[in-house]
Design a protein around this ligand. Structure first.
Ligand code: SF4
Ligand code: SF4
Ligand code: SF4
Ligand code: FES
Length: 950
């Protein structure tokens, strides 16, 4: 079903700059070469009836409803499959055409249930519309003959139903799954009258390869594939355009709403990051926004052993203000700080860091990017001059070689993965560097990595140096580019460095476990003429040498000339929806917005003038330093906006100790998450549906988040921060988040040209946006690097301290799945749990056998930090010596096992490498038992809140 506001031009818009002019019903119309007659008719504002065509899919020509007459041609060609040609004279209506179309419709309707009045698509069904459009008045064929009306409904998918009795076999769903999603889960089974749509081999949807992206549901012109929410709530009556609050792809959606009930989320055809596509999370997993677990009243308590007391916003906010003031008076100015969230908007993040700098009068602000992409910020700023990826997503359409390093796009960034898969199916070559055989390594048909360099976790830098070694020593480097665009002396020093015999593939093979010939082959492929692009994820950054590896990839791109145009670049696949934005907005303790160091007096002076305060020149505490200081007794109060580090950060028991040591922990969130269980004040946050603002995705694309309904707890997150500031005596009086963005623009050169009005007008803006680039910058570093000359930095491989030992002989590495999202606070409160009910440990059959571990058996995974128990999955997806799990469920406590080792430059935790042992057990770990008791107690204290209302 199309969104209620979309205009469907029937066939895709072509991008050719050449045009053709033709005549449709006497109207002259000019369209790009390659357009269909149907598209030309739509451009001439002539509607041709259609069923199997839609402008998001290539034409198929099966329904025969879109017939037209073309002067000088025999017969009645289908307008969707006939290319528009110069000078053509097309007629879209005639009595003969009307007869033919009525005949086609008669056949469709004779095999379609006549239950329009009770059908969920009533009024929004293309079959119904077409019956009206062709003037169908009678159906001569009865239902007595063979038909499909008794076909059973498939309701196995939690979000949509498949009712074959309503299917007209137009194949739009099949094409959507092939062309848009790239999963190829659907087929047309049988021929002629017997043909029917089938997920997999006549399976139901849940048992098939389907990943629930919903593209087929959107493409279906009837109620055959239909959202269950439309059955439940009926058709929506209004539409609000907004941006997904899950991952860094930043898909644009139309929230279709009835009253304040979101009926469905429809990916926006005009969304510049997603072009009408989405994944299961953004499209379907919005139920958490109305989940009964949401806390809707502010709460306070003296100690975490006490029941919560519900209070008014005024009482809660003044309590926070007086506690923070008391703590600072007693323990000093630096004894409090705040953490911003990459799930919140740019404006909310900006206000939190402003609160810290202008009101707390220190720089103790940090963000969850600390634990994911802080090395990206450091590495790309050092080499190129900007802490951000270099390309727009559509750049991958121009790539000839794609190197995916430490990322699992089909699970983590599914909509971008679909785009990447399209390009791979068109013939781009693929190199994957990953300890696991991620789906991209082999996705039939037609996707198979040319090289899967299955390295040992923790050896990234050795491998990138070996790739560079081959490129330099075999004369494959682009010296012209590097000598002109980068510092020549540094480039020469780097070439000497990587040419050392110790970085030859043959030497590095024993370190990485990757055969030398594969390293050589991959390096040659990457360096060949054409466009080679690097896409990477947390498998690069979450290491003790995370920043070094980011620099290593930047070196490789500069040495091969793969920067400054489309199809190339170094591209972080950002985890959270606004991780780029939270970094841009000055969330780090050492940087003001736009990545300017707090020690820069000139920059500080601008902020001091705007804010009317003195600013500290010394960087503040990072998140891990805050925990250490809390345990030392010097850090006592924390304002946490939308982050759950007790679950997400490494070495859980260390963090729990720090939380218990503080006197005022203020958590602003949707649910009583793991961190909130240690809080003294709970401030109910708002979901993305309840506020205005902007998110910035992995391509630096700033997009609007629009309020779909008022905040259910009364205040949007930016209003809460403002209230705290006012209560602490520093006035903040913004009427709307657009005023906050105006302030960001005044203070931040890369945002100088950004405003809500301009984003609204352009759809989105990729920063930098200023006088030099008034409409933004899709591709960075064209003609020169932001820092001037690109900087080669030597990347010495230093093995992590986290070594396997006899006691801990395996390496644990962690990641996430498609259906769940990070700590799972949102997705665990949706039907997505059916795909991932628990975290499981993947272990190679060889390691499992040695330990007597059975598939599905309960195992303990222990490191020097702690141990947890979970179920094992025995699989060859993981190499021997390495085990893998996710961290979506708090009861699992995966991060009890991970250690406090971190990146040398940024303190980003080394989640990807923990030495562990795995043994079969059948009882929970000690921590899990304690956690269960503690959580149950906290749930009880929450339950008791009703009886102590103020
Ligand atoms: S399920 Fe819908 S889209 Fe697929 S063939 Fe049937 S009617 Fe067409
Ligand atoms: S929901 Fe997505 S993956 Fe599943 S069948 Fe439809 S298009 Fe394919
Ligand atoms: S790909 Fe990311 S941004 Fe897009 S719908 Fe899925 S979770 Fe949302
Ligand atoms: S719309 Fe052209 S043949 Fe179906």
């Amino acid at each position: 079903m199309q969104s209620i506001t979309d205009i469907d031009q029937g066939t895709p818009k072509r991008s050719s700059t050449k045009t053709v002019t033709l005549e449709v019903d006497g109207i002259n119309v000019t369209v790009p070469e390659g357009s269909s007659v149907m598209f030309a008719a739509s451009a001439a504002e002539r509607k041709i009836p259609k069923l199997c065509a839609t402008d998001s899919l290539e034409a198929f020509g099966s329904c025969r409803l879109c017939l037209v007459e073309i002067e000088g041609r025999r017969g009645y060609p289908a307008s969707c499959t006939t290319p528009a040609e110069a000078g053509m004279k097309v007629r879209t209506q005639s009595s003969r055409l009307a007869d033919l179309r009525r005949g086609v419709m008669e056949l469709y309707i004779s095999d379609h249930p006549l239950d329009c009045l009770t059908c969920p698509a009533n009024g929004h069904c293309e079959l119904q519309d077409m019956a009206g459009a062709v003037g169908l008045r009678e159906v001569r064929y009865g239902y007595d003959g063979a038909n499909h009306l008794d076909k059973p409904k498939d309701t196995s998918n939690p979000y949509f139903t498949f009712d074959p009795s309503k299917c007209i076999v137009c194949s739009r769903c099949v094409r959507a799954c092939d062309e848009i999603q790239g999963t190829l889960a659907l087929t047309i089974d049988g021929r002629g009258f017997a043909s029917m749509i089938s997920p997999g081999q006549m399976q139901n949807f849940m048992d098939s390869e389907c990943v629930s992206c919903g593209a087929c549901v959107q493409a279906c012109p009837t109620a055959t594939l239909m959202e269950k929410s439309v059955y439940e709530y009926g058709q929506p009556d209004r539409v609000v355009e907004t941006t997904c609050a899950y991952c860094g792809v930043g898909c644009s959606f139309k929230a279709e709403v009835k009253g304040n009930q979101v009926v469905r989320m429809v990916p926006n055809k005009n969304g510049q990051a997603n072009e009408g596509h989405s994944c299961v999370k953004g499209r379907f997993a919005f139920g958490y926004t109305t989940h009964p677990d949401r806390i809707l009243k502010p709460m306070v308590r003296k100690s975490i052993e006490d029941p919560w007391k519900e209070v008014t916003w005024e009482v809660a906010v003044s309590h926070v203000a007086s506690e923070f003031k008391r703590i600072q008076a007693k323990y000093g100015r630096d004894s409090i700080g705040a953490v911003t969230s990459s799930r919140c908007t740019n404006e909310e993040t900006f206000l939190v860091q402003k609160l810290v700098r202008a009101v707390f009068s220190n720089n103790n602000v940090d963000t969850c990017a600390r634990v994911c992409h802080s090395p990206t910020g450091y590495g790309l700023k050092t080499t190129f001059g900007t802490s951000a990826g270099t390309q727009a997503f559509d750049s991958v359409d121009q790539s000839d070689v794609i190197m995916v390093i430490g990322a699992n796009p089909t699970d983590g960034h599914p909509v971008f993965a679909s785009r990447m898969k399209q390009r791979l199916r068109e013939g781009a070559r693929l190199i994957v560097l990953d300890p696991r055989a991620i789906d991209l390594v082999r996705t039939p048909p037609h996707i198979e990595a040319d090289y899967h360099l299955q390295l040992k976790p923790g050896t990234n830098v050795a491998l990138i140096d070996a790739l560079a070694h081959v490129i330099v020593t075999e004369g494959l480097a682009n010296d012209g580019f590097a000598m002109e665009r980068c510092d020549p002396e540094e480039y020469k020093a780097w070439k000497d460095f990587v040419s050392q015999p110790k970085y030859s593939p043959e030497e590095v093979e024993s370190v990485t476990g990757v055969p030398a010939d594969q390293i050589r082959g991959a390096a040659r492929l990457f360096a060949r003429p054409g466009n080679s692009a690097i896409y990477y994820g947390l498998g690069v950054t979450e290491h003790s040498q995370g920043s070094t590896m980011v620099i290593g990839m930047a070196n490789l791109a500069m040495a091969t000339g793969n920067l400054g145009r489309e199809g190339v670049g170094v591209n972080p696949l950002r985890g959270q929806n606004n991780v780029q934005g939270s970094c841009d907005m000055g969330s780090f303790p050492h940087e003001l917005s736009g990545y300017r160091h707090v020690s820069n007096a000139e920059v500080r002076a601008q902020f001091e003038k705007e804010w009317g305060v003195h600013l500290e020149a010394e960087p503040g505490l990072r998140i891990p330093n805050m925990f250490d200081a809390a345990l030392d007794g010097s850090f006592k109060g924390m304002y946490i906006q939308g982050e759950d580090f007790v679950q997400s950060d490494p070495n859980t028991q260390h963090i729990e100790g720090a939380m218990r040591a503080m006197e005022c922990v203020v958590v602003q969130d949707l649910f009583l998450n793991e961190t909130a269980k240690f809080a003294h004040v709970f401030l109910p946050g708002s979901t993305f549906l309840e506020k205005d603002g902007t998110f910035t995705n992995a391509e630096r694309r700033i997009q609007l988040v629009r309020k779909v309904m008022p905040p259910v707890a009364g205040l949007a997150d930016w209003e809460i921060t403002m209230a705290i500031s006012n209560a602490m005596g520093y006035p903040m009086n913004y009427n709307h988040p657009s005023e906050i963005m105006d302030e960001v623009a005044r203070l931040t050169p890369t945002f100088a040209g950004v405003s809500f009005d301009k984003i609204d007008k352009l759809g989105s803006i990729q920063w930098p946006c200023n006088d030099k680039a008034p409409e933004g910058t899709p591709t960075m570093h064209i003609g020169g690097f932001v820092r001037g000359k690109g900087k080669f930095v030597l990347t010495e491989y230093v093995a992590t301290d986290e070594r396997t030992t006899r006691k801990y002989p395996l390496i644990l590495t962690t990641g996430r799945t498609l259906s769940q999202y990070n700590v799972g606070a949102q997705t665990r409160r949706t039907a997505n749990v059916v795909w991932h009910e628990e975290d499981v440990l993947e272990i190679h059959p060889h390691d499992a056998e040695q330990r007597g571990i059975k598939d599905g058996g309960s195992v303990e995974i222990a490191s020097r930090a702690g141990s947890v128990v979970l179920r094992a999955r025995v699989t060859e997806r993981i190499q021997p010596g390495v085990v893998y799990t996710t961290f979506h469920h708090p009861d699992t406590g995966t991060n009890v096992v991970t250690t406090e080792n971190s990146d040398w430059a940024t303190d980003c935790p080394e989640y990807k490498v923990t030495a562990v042992e795995v043994t079969p057990v059948n009882r929970p770990s000690e921590w899990q038992q304690q956690h269960r008791d503690f959580s149950e107690r906290q749930e009880e204290l929450l339950e008791q809140r009703a009886s102590t209302k103020s």
